[in-house]
Write a protein that binds this ligand. Structure first.
Ligand code: NAD
Ligand code: USQ
Length: 387
């Protein structure tokens, strides 16, 4: 299969590109390296030493004799180049990771809000618009987020994208309908993902674009079988207050003996998935594409759910590092339950990596090994949801 990986220099995109290349797919990465520029802006780097794209690709070629192509381009701004690439290369599928993905970064200031909206919505819309204009039947696999559903407990297992409802009519009867699960974003970033979902509904209905939208939970872990082949292929590991996600932050904090930063009560329940399972899920989504005329396929790409304070306790018990409670910089429900349906990927053969299998390895092989690269002044959160 010929596959374009949009955002293929990022945390999820890079290991996905390697995994699919190893499986024999013809891969082209499109990325504007904006995430590396944001590192410069925030004056903070990945804990792991990531190599420039040219070195990454040369090492991959040397080790596997497989070529991954690279186009340095801004998907949100270079519509005509994107269209030309579709026409000339005729990919079978596009995996779309190319968005500003940090909720705290999206809430930093008006400039960051505007950038996140401009970048994410234009990127997604350009992809869909160019597919229609090209006349090609390109399958779009998009990385959405569990955060589109919101975190208010309704005592309901969150279904995979759609909700079957009965709406009372004027005659006391009920009309049955299937609707998108009501959107309830908790940040500007999460809001852009709920808007992406509407773009998909429209282009699917109007132009029969085939779309798979993957509502992914918080990703943890660093390496996959492919990134482990050589240290110069290592994946990025964000730990700072804007881009670091909760479990990876706790692991890194434990490694440098920094009390674990639980926001608020830690009663927030979130869904999680290991990066190894992310790349497998993308492969499964590509191999099981919707048929022409199918509605947008939506999968919940998650393997387990946990409360933040339970994760902190797990890491603390494993390492002996204390937990600190920090006033929550975000506006979010302090305590919530979360039950999520993830049957579709399990039915396709996903065999999840659980926390109990991978945690210790992360602390030892990544967090402790690269702890010397950590800048402690970047750990505490600086972005706030309200002034
Ligand atoms: P990342 O920031 O590490 O990677 C995103 C990549 O996209 C970067 O390399 C960046 O340079 C590129 N990019 C951004 N805007 C672009 C543009 N306009 N043109 C070209 N390239 C552009 O993020 P990630 O963690 O790899 O996340 C990838 C996707 O998965 C995101 O859409 C995110 O919303 C989703 N996701 C991530 C997580 C997570 O925990 N990391 C969880 C759920 C969903
Ligand atoms: N949290 C802490 N301490 C920390 C960091 C976070 O208690 O040091 C808490 C947050 O308050 C939040 C939870 O942990 O309640 C998760 O925060 P996070 O930063 O790990 O994840 P989030 O902001 O939700 O975003 C991440 C990715 C995003 C993706 C999302 C999936 O950055 O791209 O969409 O996870 S989900 O959360 O399922 O929507």
């Amino acid at each position: 299969m010929k596959v374009f990986i949009l955002g293929g220099d990022g945390f999820c995109g890079w290991p996905t590109a390697l995994h699919l290349s190893r499986q024999g797919h013809d891969i082209t990465i499109l990325d504007n390296l904006s995430r590396r520029h944001i590192d410069n802006e925030l004056e903070c780097e990945s804990l792991t030493p990531i190599q420039p794209m040219g070195i990454r690709l040369a090492i991959w070629q040397q080790l596997t004799q497989k070529t991954i192509h690279f186009e340095l381009m801004d998907i949100a701004k270079e519509y005509l180049r994107l269209l030309d690439l579709f026409r000339n290369q005729q990919p079978d599928a596009v995996v779309h990771f190319a968005e500003q993905r940090a909720a705290p970064y999206s809430m930093k200031s008006p400039r960051h809000k505007i950038y996140t909206v401009d970048n994410n919505l234009n990127a997604t819309h350009n992809v869909l618009c160019a597919i229609v204009e090209s006349g090609l039947d390109i399958h779009v696999v998009h990385l959405g987020t569990m955060g589109v559903y919101g975190y208010t407990s309704h005592g309901l297992k969150i279904p995979e994208g759609y909700l079957d409802v009965k709406i009372p009519d004027d005659n006391g009867q009920h009309i049955e309908s299937r609707i998108l699960y009501p959107a309830s974003p908790g940040s500007i970033y999460h809001m852009t993902k709920t808007q992406d979902a509407l773009f998909f509904q429209f282009y699917n209905k109007n132009d029969q674009v085939r779309v798979t939208d993957l509502h992914q939970g918080v990703v943890w872990g660093t390496n996959t079988d492919e990134t482990l082949l050589d240290e110069r292929l290592i994946n990025r590991f964000d730990y700072d207050g804007d881009y670091g996600t909760v479990l990876n932050r706790f692991l890194m904090q434990a490694a440098i003996e920094y009390p674990l930063t639980v926001y608020g009560t830690g009663g927030q329940t979130r869904a999680f998935i290991h990066i190894r399972d992310t790349v497998r899920c993308i492969e499964l989504a590509l191999l099981n594409s919707p048929n022409s005329g199918d509605p947008v396929h939506i999968f919940n790409q998650v393997t387990e759910t946990h409360k933040v304070r339970d994760l902190a306790k797990l890491v603390s018990d494993m390492t002996g590092i204390n937990i600190q409670t920090i006033e929550n910089p975000r506006l979010e429900v302090a305590e919530n339950e979360l039950e999520v349906s993830n049957e579709k990927f399990l039915a396709l053969g996903l065999n999840p990596t659980t926390l109990s299998q991978g945690l210790l390895e992360e602390v030892k092989d990544i967090a402790k090994k690269y702890a010397y690269r950590c800048d402690n002044s970047k750990i505490l959160p600086k972005s706030k949801w309200r002034k």
